[in-house]
Design a protein around this ligand. Structure first.
Ligand code: ADP
Ligand code: MG
Length: 493
């Protein structure tokens, strides 16, 4: 087939620029025929497509799980956050915010100016895979060191006066059980973390120890997760926001609940009319029985070979850490069956987790007829040659995997909407994370899913790019907590 474009260049997520020039056709290798690829595609379409009917069943089961989690500890943890109600938008002051994310450690100086306005200065430190697995004390020691370097730098630049101690909001986005806002026992690591000697311990205490060891001028006021922070930050700027979701390395949601509807904290004696943000930790949905989610054999392999088998079933079908791996497992199966890459050296693509979810984004957004981006990904990162039929097939697979993730996400959002009765009045959903922000069409597919579930009224639920939860949100939570405690309101919580 004649090509309209002879060459092209693309910029990859690693920052590499990749130039491709058409030189020769690759039909000297034994590639699968177009027809064969189409037959395979049909098989995967059946496996990865979810009907509206199926989605509604998932929503119902999800709703039950949310309610169970609020009444006792169920599989969806539904963690009370001790963030009481919405911010007024008039919170002010200077705060530090630290986010121990799935990929980076981020530290910020946040100035809240009131009127929904703020300023932020930040630094990011990359976390290595080793750091995620080494002793928890060491991991927190690294946080202390980075924070010290950051506070030194803002003292030097004059942004922070010497000897001033700043209130700090700590964003720690792994499921913790909290008895009060400045305390949290890690239930279990997620998102590929496995640092020993941390599960079952109070991470605020570990964090405080590292701060005092490094003489960091900060006082930890509140522990939050990125999702709760996103809920609060998005509402600070856009008061229509009622739900927040994260689609990054992991996935999660938070919303505001009436205290009277959280039976498991009845013993705390909080005014039943008060409101409290709930961190759903919804990634755990359906992890016990595996009776609701449409898991394929690839999903089961991911689960069984993960460092946490049997956990985070919902997250493993949706989040950035896993989507690339799902596609990679499918490709590896086709290699084993002799369908693709016959006669080529496939060792690179056989390395677990070598296929980043960002590649799915790039494949789906490839604007060229010849799929030059897809050529680039396979040849540059995996030393594999592809035919156009194969590239179209891989792109179609990426679409199936990405679409399923978005539609399952819609099921989770629909469960909260339905539980809280937000459908008629409508609501705004603040969403963040690289998957939501960078995967082409992810938001549209969520919206389409919501309409499949709710019909026309599904249009009342709209997601939008959220405000920065782990920086701004965490600072606002620290501000709200300081205000609350200064007023003597539930100061023990
Ligand atoms: P974190 O979860 O640490 O807060 P992010 O929100 O940036 O970080 O999410 C990181 C995840 O997003 C990784 O799993 C990565 O594979 C995925 N990702 C990064 N870039 C893209 C992209 N362009 N498209 C889709 N997924 C991406
Ligand atoms: Mg994040």
């Amino acid at each position: 087939m004649a090509s309209r474009r002879g060459s092209s260049s693309v910029t990859l997520p690693t920052g590499h620029t990749l130039a491709y020039t058409r030189t020769s056709e690759v039909d000297d290798l034994p590639h699968a025929t177009k027809k064969k690829m189409a037959d395979h595609l049909r098989r995967f379409e059946t496996m990865f497509t979810m009907t509206p009917q199926r989605m509604r069943m998932i929503v119902e089961a999800f709703k039950d799980s949310l309610e169970l989690g609020l009444s006792k500890s169920g599989q969806v943890p539904m963690i009370p956050t001790y963030v009481f109600g919405w911010p007024s938008g008039e919170e002010t002051g200077e705060f530090l915010a630290v986010d121990l994310g799935g990929t980076n450690l981020r530290v910020c100086l946040v100035k809240l100016n009131g009127g929904g306005k703020f300023e932020i200065t930040q630094a990011k430190y990359r976390l290595t895979e080793e750091q995620k697995q080494e002793d928890g004390e060491k991991l927190f020691d690294f946080c202390g060191k980075c924070l010290k370097a950051f506070t030194d730098s803002i003292v030097e630049s004059g942004e922070l006066s010497k000897d001033r101690i700043l209130p700090l909001g700590f964003t720690f986005s792994y499921p913790c059980s909290q008895e009060k806002i400045d305390h949290g026992t890690l239930i279990r690591w997620t998102k590929g973390f496995g640092a020993p000697n941390t599960e079952g311990r109070d991470v605020v205490e570990m964090f405080r120890n590292s701060l005092s060891q490094h003489d960091v001028p900060a006082e930890v006021v509140a522990l939050t997760c990125d999702t709760t922070g996103t809920l609060i930050a998005s509402h600070y700027v856009n008061p229509d926001t009622k739900i927040a979701c994260i689609f990054g390395t992991g996935c999660n949601a938070a919303y505001m609940e009436r205290v009277r509807d959280i039976p498991k904290i009845a013993h705390l004696g909080i005014d039943p009319e008060a409101e409290m943000a709930i961190n759903c930790e919804w990634g755990a949905f359906d992890s016990f029985e595996h009776e609701h989610l449409p898991r394929t054999k690839y999903d089961i392999t991911i689960d069984e070979t993960s460092n946490k088998p049997g956990e985070q079933a919902f997250e493993k079908l949706i989040s950035g850490r896993y989507l690339g791996e799902i596609l990679r497992l499918i490709i590896c199966e086709l290699i084993d069956e002799g369908v693709v890459f016959l006669g080529q050296n496939t060792y690179k693509i056989e390395i677990p987790y070598s296929f980043d979810t960002a590649f799915l984004s790039l494949m789906e957004s490839d604007p060229t007829d010849e799929l030059l981006m897809v050529i680039g990904i396979f040849s540059h990162f995996f030393a594999l040659e592809t035919t156009l039929a194969e590239r179209q097939f891989f792109r179609a697979l990426a679409r199936l995997v990405g679409r399923r993730a978005a539609r399952l996400s819609a099921c989770g959002i629909a469960a909260i909407v339905s539980k809280m009765g937000y459908l008629e009045e409508g609501c705004s959903v603040g969403a963040d994370g690289s998957l939501y922000n960078k995967y082409p069409g992810f938001a549209d597919r969520i919206h389409e899913g919501l309409q499949d579930i709710f019909g026309e009224k599904g249009r009342n639920i709209v997601t939008h790019h959220a405000e920065d939860g782990s920086g701004i949100g965490s600072a606002i939570v620290a501000a709200m907590t300081k205000l609350r405690k200064d007023q003597g309101l539930y100061s023990n919580l």
